[in-house]
Design a protein around this ligand. Sequence first.
Ligand code: B1M
Length: 222
Amino acid sequence: MDELLEKISHCVEFGKTDRSSPYPPDMKGQEGADELAKLALESGIKPGDILDKALIPAMSVVGDKFSRKVIYVPQMLMAAKAMSSAMKHLKPFFQSGETKRKGKFIIGTVAGDLHDIGKNLVSMMIEGGGWEVIDLGVDVNTDKFLKAIAENPDAVIGLSALLTTTMENMKKTVAVIREKHSGSKILVGGAPVTMDFCLKIGADFYSPDPQGAVNYLSRLVS
Ligand code: B1M
């Protein structure tokens, strides 16, 4: 069991999605996270163990390497792709409620902003950290956030902004969420966002990168 979980973890860390994927070159022709996760389930390994002992630790290493600039966006995207290929086999178990996740996380890029590369990385890392992610996409207005919160009142909310102009919309959205759902935790991020700005607009936390976001959520449930 441990050997199979280690192999899955290795595939995710190095972005090996499935047998046919040519990346990384030194694993060409080998099984990837997709086939190995399926095999693990068929061998009787619990979905929760695949998540907790293989996917989450691998994504945590990936997030840490990214924060330290040991790897860059392309490697991180490959790792996230490998993780998703394993997750597709686990999702039915989570959706049926047979296996529990840590909580829900609603994320979106704020109104007027179409940048989603960073937001998607954060979303994938948080999913890899064991959370159910409700990704509202880009150009998300306040009403759409409010609707998602009403449907998922315990969810933590994440707002991303890449433009100095749309930081103003982030501020407005945070203010309305605070007014209507005072207990909700709000995490903000994106290239122009800072801790100072986060505090000024009344959000709970700012992270400059995906791993910081995962760590923040982990602290909330620990
Ligand atoms: Co745009 N763009 N863009 N752009 N674009 C920037 C952001 C810009 C800095 C380029 C520049 O001028 N040097 C500039 C903003 C200037 C400013 O406001 N200060 C800019 C501009 C001006 C514009 C347009 C207005 C250009 C125009 O049309 N005149 C326009 C706006 C469109 C709109 O949104 N309404 C525009 C459009 C676009 C494209 C559509 C062409 C494309 C986006 C494609 C897409 O996202 N699908 C694009 C791109 C690609 C960029 C750059 C080149 C790259 C952004 C990116 O993806 N970075 C960018 C310049 C640059 O950064 N070099 C630029 C990689 C990504 C991994 O990083 O998104 O910062 P980032 O995410 C990081 C962290 O910030 C953090 O984690 C991620 C990983 O570390 N993070 C979070 C992000 N969200 C988080 C949320 C969290 C926590 C952490 O918690 C919830």
